[in-house]
Design a protein around this ligand. Structure first.
Ligand code: HEM
Ligand SMILES: *[C@@H]1O[C@H](CO)[C@@H](O)[C@H](O)[C@H]1NC(C)=O
Ligand SMILES: *[C@@H]1O[C@H](CO)[C@@H](O)[C@H](O)[C@H]1NC(C)=O
Ligand SMILES: *[C@@H]1O[C@H](CO)[C@@H](O)[C@H](O)[C@H]1NC(C)=O
Length: 540
């Protein structure tokens, strides 16, 4: 009796001894390798608790207060300084595992480009995103990612991304919501709401061949021949935001992301899927021949093009949703923040506007607004780059080591030794923090100064669209769309003013944002309190 009871106890004790011994041996092995490779540890952020709950609590609090990126900057400012130089890399404890946090261009370049094969998104991120996005381009590594990338990339060729007639229709719809009153000004309006509707309308037309018309469906004269849907465009919008928010929150828990996957997230994802599946079924009901011969008046439709290469409805759904996540909020947020910064910097609005009028004519007599002339308009590009520098839409990102490897810098007393990275270790990087580093951008790094781009060659210290093989495939699409919308609005409106009394954030005397601007971050960031302004109709 006794001996049969003892057996499992003995087995259990041996197992624990085995675990401890193997962990000691592994640690020794890693220490030896690190030594051979001349690696040294980066500084560790110490927390009072052994498993770093304090770190998670601080991040969730920053999320709640819409100041996650600022929180990251503060933590960077509080990090070690060695020999007069702030260290751009440190280690932090997230639920018992040590992850690296870096803002060092050289390390980010290694993670994204020169050592691309050694780092991946990792199973944690991929599985965290899966309820909404399946294993599409944003949530796969290796072969699966290569497949999606090869399939999607050609859809972003220059011809497809420069359909400015499509964009013009949506700008006209935006303007219907911004009528100029008899006093020459519009009413106070939240531009962020308008930009989010604009980009969902143009993205849906590009993706499905049919706009969701969220900008105009509330007008009494609105007619549509769209088929009735099980899920309305409004319900989809709410569920889409909710699902992204849920996933972003879960991501703060690292490997324990599944703890935050609740019923509500599941419901939001189902709503999104039902909505998208309507379009997938529509595309699949057309046969291949008609897909090719019957694009609506020669218009390019993303879904039809992709449906020529795959007939798998789940795959089509995940491509559509991935592109929507990638493309809608990012461009809308870039526009929102740029107009917010222009509102706070009236002299730059005036200067950009005069360049716009000179280059592209007036609102009623526009000339030559094309893909290449937008790209060619230097001051406009400076303003967009400078916005992407101070408020990158993906402020924080991360990768996992797929093998035992090293990062080139950040370790040891001088902060310049390579760092040893174990297989599976998480490496977080923040371009938000990097793009504000004073040692990289000068003492005026916090200021919005388009002129700083004059003659500046950007390298790995400027990464709003990421770099390396996984660089954003929508970069040209986004810059063309945002540039076009900005040009048309500036032609239309001679002046822009913040809503009276709406001054919870501001600029200091140098034009620097005072740090109080709330940035709401789910998977991407945008101004939390919107962009409430009024605009004055142009007199030209
Ligand atoms: C201002 C606008 C935009 C910004 C700042 C931006 C930024 C980024 C960033 C930082 C990534 C890397 C994400 C990662 O690897 O973790 C990314 C990837 C991606 N972006 Fe964008 N993006 C923008 C607009 C767009 C648009 C309009 C589209 C498409 C319509 C798009 C499609 C994609 C896709 C498909 C990927 C995944 C690429 C891959 O993993 O191979 N993006 N973007
Ligand atoms: C557009 O630009 C081309 C060359 O860049 C020029 O020949 C043409 O006159 C321009 N059109 C207008 C309407 O200004
Ligand atoms: C771009 O700008 C240059 C000089 O600023 C000009 O010569 C050229 O014609 C422009 N190209 C387009 C397509 O507008
Ligand atoms: C804006 O940044 C991009 C890098 O993303 C760079 O290629 C481009 O030259 C910059 N534009 C200007 C006008 O400096």
């Amino acid at each position: 009796m006794h001996s049969t009871l003892l057996l499992p106890v003995w087995a259990f004790v041996s197992y624990i001894i085995y675990l401890i011994a193997s962990s000691v041996l592994t640690s020794r092995h890693h220490r030896r390798r690190a030594h051979e490779l001349h690696c040294a540890d980066p500084p560790r952020v110490r927390t009072a608790d052994p498993i770093g709950i304090i770190n998670i609590r601080a991040m969730l609090k920053a999320d709640k207060e819409s100041r996650m990126p600022q929180y990251l900057c503060e933590r960077y400012e509080a990090s070690c300084e060695r020999e007069g130089k702030r260290l751009g890399t440190f280690c932090q404890n997230i639920l018992g595992s040590w992850s690296v946090f870096t803002t060092e261009p050289e390390n980010i370049k290694a993670i994204l480009a020169s050592q691309f094969k050694e780092f991946g998104l990792g199973d944690t991120r991929n599985n965290n995103f899966a309820p909404l996005l399946g294993h599409g381009i944003f949530s796969t590594d290796g072969k699966g990612w290569e497949h999606s990338r090869t399939l999607l990339r050609p859809q972003f060729a220059r011809e497809q991304v420069s359909d400015l007639d499509l964009e013009e229709r949506h700008v006209q719809n935006l303007l219907r919501n911004l009528p100029v009153q008899s006093d020459g000004w519009t009413e106070v309006t939240d531009l962020k709401t308008l930009f989010f509707r604009l980009t969902i309308d143009s993205a849906s037309e590009f993706l499905f061949g049919e706009s969701l018309d969220s900008q105009i469906s509330h007008f009494p004269d609105y007619k549509t021949n769209r088929m009735p849907m099980k899920v309305s465009e409004k319900e989809f919008g709410i569920a889409f935001d909710g699902a992204q928010g849920g996933i972003a929150k879960a991501a703060r828990f690292g490997d324990m992301y599944w703890m935050a996957h609740d019923k509500q997230l599941k419901k939001h994802c189902e709503t999104c899927h039902t909505f998208i599946d309507h379009y997938v079924q529509l595309a699949l009901s057309k046969d291949k021949a008609s897909l090719r011969s019957d694009p609506k008046n020669g218009q390019y439709v993303f879904l039809d093009a992709v449906a020529e290469t795959t007939r798998d409805p789940v795959e089509l759904r995940q491509h559509l949703l991935s592109i929507m996540v990638a493309g809608r909020d990012t461009t809308a947020s870039l526009l929102s923040i740029m107009f917010l910064l222009l509102t706070k910097n009236p002299h730059i609005y005036a200067q950009l506007r005069s360049v716009v009028l000179e280059t592209f004519g007036t609102f009623d007599n526009p000339k030559n607004i094309t893909f290449s002339s937008l790209k060619n308009c230097t001051y406009l590009q400076w303003c967009m780059n400078e916005t992407l520098r101070l408020y990158p839409q993906v402020p924080i990102n991360s990768r996992r080591a797929l093998v035992d490897t090293t990062l080139p810098t950040g370790g040891g007393p001088s902060g310049t030794s390579p760092i040893y990275i174990r297989k599976g270790q998480q490496c977080d990087y923040s371009v938000f923090v990097m793009q504000r580093r004073k040692d990289l951008w000068g003492p005026d790094a916090d200021e919005w100064k388009p002129e700083r781009w004059d003659g500046r060659k950007s390298g790995w210290e400027f990464l709003p669209f990421n770099g390396g093989p996984r660089i954003c495939i929508g970069q040209q699409f986004a810059l063309t769309e945002a540039g076009y919308v900005a040009v048309r609005l500036m032609q239309k409106f001679g002046e822009i003013q913040a809503a009276p009394g709406d001054d919870s954030w501001g600029v200091d005397k140098n034009g620097a944002i005072d740090g109080k601007l709330k940035v709401w971050v789910t998977l991407t960031g945008s101004p939390a309190d919107g962009v409430r302004v009024r605009m004055k109709g142009a007199t030209e």
